[in-house]
Write a protein that binds this ligand. Structure first.
Ligand code: BMA
Length: 309
């Protein structure tokens, strides 16, 4: 039995479902908003740059895309210069009665992380650019620790393979106390780089983090998903990292598309029955969904784990 059960109607969104012209619809942040499931997804435009769209659903599988894009490169001073090449890979965290959205902001100066917020999924307000270049894949925890916000992030490094770090902030704008907490592992499915995927999910045994790992091959890189468990009180402590991947490109729409052999997640939604709905981009072109039992993912981290560092 695969640990993630793919939804039989995959892919759940393709570019044909988008009422404006896009080349792809992939990598989606996901959250429950009242009774609705919301996806904020990345789309390439036909000039190769990306914007973020929104879709909503009653059941988490059948989504309707809004007629207008949700986040496009900012025209505002302070943001415009750094969003010139597009906005990508949104993640959503509900905290303090607001939905925080982190996204990659691309420009000629590299890739930074932007932070925006919304309370109604109608309008957004940009808070700040919260990293310098080059960072991607920032996820904010849905709770504070000792009064501080916490995030997992993934700076670029030429010296050490791309690793996962943790940083804290009193106000969402200024971040520090950074610490490396997890590295790729040599000759392992995630040996080239790792990055946070979905914002961490609280379980009785720890914070469950679904991350992506990349393995280089003669035929290009393969993006897969794995899991790690962080201590509930001190999320900089990793209790275990699952040795095996939980998802790899297998279906035709994951193996070929815009970039082949990619499954990439930006969001997962825990359900009251102990399952989690996971959303991933298939080959950077379509959005797929699947379901796993949270306890199964947690026990992978604890019972069949590899070292974090
Ligand atoms: C990463 C990001 C993702 C993308 C992945 C695979 O670097 O650009 O948005 O899904 O590569 O192409």
């Amino acid at each position: 039995m695969p640990i993630i059960k793919r939804y039989s109607g995959n892919p759940i969104l393709t570019r044909e479902d988008v009422p404006y012209e896009v080349a792809t619809v992939h990598n989606a942040g996901a959250v429950k908003f009242g009774e609705k499931y919301i996806l904020l997804f990345r789309s390439h435009l036909n000039n190769g740059r990306s914007i973020i769209g929104m879709a909503e659903s009653k059941d988490g599988y059948s989504f309707k895309v809004h007629p207008e894009p949700f986040i496009t490169p900012s025209e505002k001073d302070g943001f415009k210069l750094y969003e010139e090449y597009g906005v990508e890979d949104p993640r959503i965290t509900y905290i303090d009665n607001e939905y925080l959205i982190t996204y990659s902001a691309y420009s000629r100066y590299g890739v930074r992380i932007g932070l925006a917020k919304t309370s109604d999924f109608k309008s957004t307000e940009r808070i700040a650019l919260i990293t310098e270049a080059d960072y991607r894949n920032v996820v904010i925890f849905p709770e504070k620790f000792n009064g501080l916000y916490a995030r997992l992030d993934r700076p670029h490094s030429e010296i050490s393979p791309w690793s996962i770090w943790i940083s804290y902030s009193p106000d969402l704008k200024h971040w520090g106390n950074s610490k490396v907490i997890m590295r790729p592992m040599m000759y392992h499915w995630d040996e080239m780089k790792i990055g946070p995927g979905a914002p961490p999910i609280k379980t009785s045994k720890g914070w469950l983090s679904i991350y992506h790992g990349v393995f280089p091959t003669m035929d290009g890189n393969i993006y897969r998903l794995g899991v790690a468990l962080h201590d509930l009180k001190d999320p900089s402590l990793i209790l275990g990292v699952g040795d095996n991947w939980i998802l790899q490109p297998e279906e035709i729409y994951e193996v070929t598309g815009y970039v082949h052999n990619v499954v990439f997640t930006c969001g997962a939604i825990p359900e009251p029955d102990g399952t989690v709905k996971i959303y991933w981009g298939g080959a950077d072109k379509v959005i797929c969904a699947g379901e796993a039992v949270i306890d199964d993912l947690v026990s992978m981290c604890l019972n069949n784990s590899r070292k974090a560092l």
